[in-house]
Design a protein around this ligand. Structure first.
Ligand SMILES: [Zn+2]
Ligand SMILES: [Zn+2]
Length: 424
């Protein structure tokens, strides 16, 4: 081949290579540029989306908190007075205009959703006072659930809009009894009253120890049962039932029926000893295996004993009436080695005479249970929220705050009512 020809070919190849190389670079540049553009666009898009989401979230949060604040404002801040029941003395409740409470640091103000009548309130209505809980003139009522409308400075666990049940008392947490887990016996048990009102102030100690969030699916009037149910659960557990025990409950009032229901739900064979027709039905519905209706307490005890194998007596008898007569008779209901729980409190300065031979030679355990502990309150609310507990069965009436006097008069005369929900 001529050298010129060879040179020409070599030259041509170089040119081709150059062109190819140039083209490749161009393509790479374009691809690179494209990728960068795509990345930039995606990045920009993501940023926009994030900004929009964050903005949206902020807007929603602002709206919610504004809504809450507006609700709070309307319910609370525009008002200086509210309607509340004030106890002035024996059978003397007046619905009065009183200042709306304000939350000091650590405190809550709760709009009452439902307040429940209670045997203790009925006693107070009759007597005009309660040595430990209430001295008139005073706001009245202690079983409630509602919605937080104001949270004082430093309250971290609750905010306006939260549904809560605030218990009627709180232990100090520091005394001899509190340190041993017997908070119901606290030397400095703090009580709170004022549930029969539009709003109630919850003191700092109750906010800290005995105020609980109510799950969304639980109606407030059911949640308000937490306090009496905590007493019932406490009384039952304190009787130390053992598997297979027969448990008798004397008394068909709200607490007697609650203890009965708790025992039945826990799987125990139960005997209910009640007085009134309405209570027979209620006891059956709440799971009593046997119901004995008492003409006299002595006959009822005899009939209940006859229901046990060889009439030997029940393993556990829980007295939930609170009269000297039933205290004495309760002792006759248990078997040798059985347990009697004097759950029903008698009037002050009451004394009873007990058969010492019976107690000693039959090896009877006697105990008494008072009030509740923070643990029992939590167990009670869990039980209510769990779905098996028939909360609705305990609320047999509803009334407005203005009808409170009439409600208590009815409760004094008619006994088929269990609890009435007072709605302000
Ligand atoms: Zn109560
Ligand atoms: Zn204490």
């Amino acid at each position: 081949m001529a050298p010129t020809m060879k040179a020409a070919i070599l030259h041509g190849r170089k040119r081709v290579e150059k062109v190819v190389e140039g083209g490749r670079r161009k393509v790479e540049d374009v691809v690179e540029g494209g990728l960068n553009t795509v990345e930039t666009v995606v990045e920009a898009g993501l940023n926009t989306v994030e900004t929009v989401v964050v903005k949206g979230r902020r807007r929603v949060e602002t709206a919610v908190s504004l809504g809450r604040r507006t609700v709070e404002k309307n319910l609370l801040h525009r008002r200086s007075t509210m309607k509340a029941a004030v106890l002035h003395g024996r059978e003397d409740i007046r619905i009065e205009s009183v200042p709306v409470p304000r939350a000091a640091p650590g405190e809550l103000v709760v709009r009452v959703g439902a307040a429940l009548t209670c045997g203790t309130d009925l006693k107070v209505f009759r007597r005009g006072y309660h040595a430990r809980m209430i001295v008139p003139p005073a706001l009245f009522g202690h079983e409630l659930a509602g919605t937080v409308v104001e949270a004082g400075e430093g309250v971290a666990d609750f905010a306006p809009g939260d549904r809560v049940v605030a218990l009627n008392s709180s232990p100090c947490g520091e005394c001899y009894f509190c340190e041993r887990g017997q908070e119901n016996l606290c030397d400095d048990l703090m009580f709170n009253n004022g549930a029969y009102a539009e709003f109630i102030r919850i003191p700092e100690r109750i906010v800290a120890k005995n105020t609980l969030h109510v799950p969304d699916h639980v109606p407030l009037e059911h949640a308000a049962l937490t306090e009496p149910l905590a007493c019932a659960v406490h009384g039952f557990k304190d009787s130390h039932p053992r598997c297979g025990d027969v448990v008798a409950v004397i008394g068909g009032g709200p607490l007697g029926l609650m203890i009965l229901h708790v025992a039945a739900l826990a799987g125990y064979e139960t005997i209910a000893i009640v007085k009134h027709d309405g209570q027979v039905e209620a006891a059956r519905q709440l799971g009593a295996a046997h119901v004995v209706q008492a003409e006299t307490i002595r006959n009822a005890i005899r009939d209940a004993r006859a229901l046990t194998s060889r009439s030997r007596g029940v393993d556990i008898a829980i007295e939930a009436v609170g009269t000297p007569e039933t205290w004495q008779e309760a002792l006759e209901l248990v078997r040798k080695g059985g347990t009697v729980n004097f759950f029903g409190g008698c009037a002050a300065n009451t004394h009873v005479t007990l058969d010492t031979n019976r107690i000693h030679y039959s090896d009877i355990t006697m105990r008494a249970t008072f009030h509740h502990t923070p643990t029992m309150c939590r167990e009670a609310l869990n039980l209510i929220a769990g779905g098996r507990f028939q909360a609705g069965a305990f609320i047999t009436g509803r009334a407005h705050l203005y009808e409170l006097n009439r409600v208590f008069e009815t409760l004094m005369n008619r006994s088929s009512e269990i609890k009435t929900a007072i709605v302000p």
